[in-house]
Design a protein around this ligand. Structure first.
Ligand code: NAD
Length: 482
């Protein structure tokens, strides 16, 4: 694959260099340098925000009939699909995931534009009776300028999630892309031009979090912020948003647990293990990183988990084009080393490595698919997000204990319960403190289903119709009829 050696930012309809220089983008599947990316500074961020403001003030996005805006949003999704064969190898090269997962991510990104393009014309206000002589109604207006700060794990899908909703509701958008995986984002600049959006409606720029990210989240002309990333950065962003009195959506991390009862179908659960913790090398905020299993099925479940982990062929994503039992690199050697250190620390605290646990002795950022047993709920490994292919298994004696362990972290992104007993499943669905509960299938749901956290996993919702409400403000109009 020939990769362009240098990638620019896209501000006010033009590709440009960055005031903060360049950063090397490393291919984690080979350990080799892939390309360079321009880095924006605060001046670049300001130019992007001013361009977005100009578009917003012009009424270009807000005056048109919503169905027309929806068609533009949908066209971005089709543009992505039309170029999937160009983008997928690049996504694999910068992020590490298997090629088939890269294609899946592009399809998932396109799906956001399809869904929110459809939703554009569904936002309707209501009429409120005020008695004779009055006519009152509400309607929704976009905030204006939406700032969107993106993580590296699903860079195309995460941008799609916020950009599609932002545009569908009539906001001009400034996207701060992740430093590790910025280059495939160029496709959104090309798509914006191809579908006829005016310069400044979509700005795509990469920069350091502490520099460009902070400049964007603290910019006084930004009206709304959507952040997907770590808790620490989320707190910094919420603080910046508060200083400017603007709303923000925080989609943060998780330490999500599946509760597996003694009547669960463990054969089927092997698929949940494969998808829940080893897809994208476990770098998934809603990963099934903990399994809490009834003690009577513990050993069988561990055996099955070990066999799933061992069945995975791990290596460069570019060589893994077909969906199946394989796994690519982690995003960087630093992330891989962090995960490996957490495993070592867990062992020091008494956990046992049932399989995996080591860095692989090949070039690139590879970690063996790992299963840990003898984990207790208070261990660091059971409390902190690894963001890697590491499953912690813990036994429980009764339902109350299972629920206590499941709810025993600061996070609350998703949770799951596996049982044939409907009452038990319903009790768990009610009792699990998380924004989303899966019954008998991890990741059940889709773009249509609202997603977001309880506790330190954040607030606000992305996906589903709920997300639309984070991008608009309600205006009430009360008319005195004389
Ligand atoms: P991160 O918080 O380090 O970075 C995310 C983004 O924030 C990057 O673009 C970064 O440049 C920017 N940033 C960093 N410091 C900043 C600052 N001070 N001000 C403004 N922006 C700043 O997270 P990461 O390591 O890229 O991503 C991994 C984390 O993201 C994990 O914790 C994971 O759980 C979470 N995540 C959550 C979801 C979700 O939907 N809930 C989805 C994907 C990832």
């Amino acid at each position: 694959m020939d990769v362009k050696p240098y990638w620019q930012n896209y501000i006010d309809g033009a590709f440009c260099d960055g005031g903060a220089g360049r950063v090397d983008i490393i291919n984690p599947g080979t350990g080799q340098r892939l390309a360079e990316q321009a880095l924006a500074d605060a001046t670049d961020v300001d130019r992007a925000v001013q361009a977005a403001k100009r578009v917003h003030r012009s009424g270009w996005l807000t005056d048109m009939r919503p169905v027309e805006r929806g068609r533009i949003v949908q066209a971005i999704g089709r543009y992505l699909l039309d170029h999937a064969d160009d983008i997928a190898p690049l996504l694999t090269a910068e992020q590490g995931k298997p090629l088939w997962e890269a294609h899946k991510e592009i399809a998932g990104a396109a799906r956001y534009f399809e869904y929110y393009g459809n939703q554009a014309e569904t936002l309707e206000g209501r009429s409120i009776p005020l008695g004779a002589g009055y006519f009152d109604f509400t309607h929704y207006e976009p905030f204006g300028i939406s700032a969107q700060i993106i993580p590296w794990n699903f860079p195309l899908e995460m941008t799609a999630r916020s950009l599609s909703t932002g545009l569908a509701t009539g906001n001009a958008c400034v996207v701060k892309t992740p430093e590790l995986t910025p280059i495939t984002q160029y496709i959104y600049a090309h798509a914006a031009e191809a579908v006829g959006l005016p310069a400044g409606a979509v700005n795509i720029l990469c920069g350091w979090g502490h520099e460009a990210g902070a400049a964007l989240s603290g910019h006084p002309d930004v009206n709304q912020i959507v952040f997907t990333g770590s808790v620490k950065t989320g707190i910094a962003i919420a603080t910046a948003a508060a200083a400017n009195v603007v709303p923000c959506v925080l989609e943060l991390g998780g330490k999500s647990a599946a509760i597996v009862h003694e009547d669960a179908d463990l054969e089927a659960f092997e698929t949940d293990i494969r998808n829940g913790i080893y897809v994208n090398a476990g770098q998934v905020c809603s990963a099934m990183s903990r399994v809490i299993v009834h003690q009577s099925r513990h050993d069988e479940l561990v055996e099955r988990a070990v066999s799933v982990a061992k069945s995975l062929s791990v290596g460069p994503g570019a060589e893994r084009a077909t969906a199946g039992l394989n796994m690519g690199a982690m995003v960087s050697e630093a992330q891989r080393d962090r995960a490996a250190a957490m495993i070592a620390d867990a062992e020091a605290q008494g956990a046992q490595v049932a399989t995996g646990g080591r860095k692989m002795n090949i070039p690139g950022a590879f970690l063996e698919p790992t299963v840990l047993t003898n984990v207790t709920p208070d261990m660091t490994i059971a409390q902190d997000e690894v963001f890697g292919p590491v499953l912690s298994v813990m036994p429980f004696k009764d339902e109350a204990e299972a629920m206590r362990i499941a709810n025993g972290t600061d996070y609350g992104l998703v949770g799951g319960v596996f049982t044939r007993d409907l009452d038990r499943a319903t009790r768990a669905a009610q009792g699990i403190r998380a924004g989303q509960v899966f019954v008998n299938e991890w990741f059940a749901g889709g773009v249509e289903t609202p997603f977001g956290g309880y506790g330190k996993s954040g607030y606000g919702r992305e996906k589903g119709r709920e997300a639309l409400m984070n991008y608009v403000q309600t205006k009430n109009v009360a008319i005195r009829v004389r």
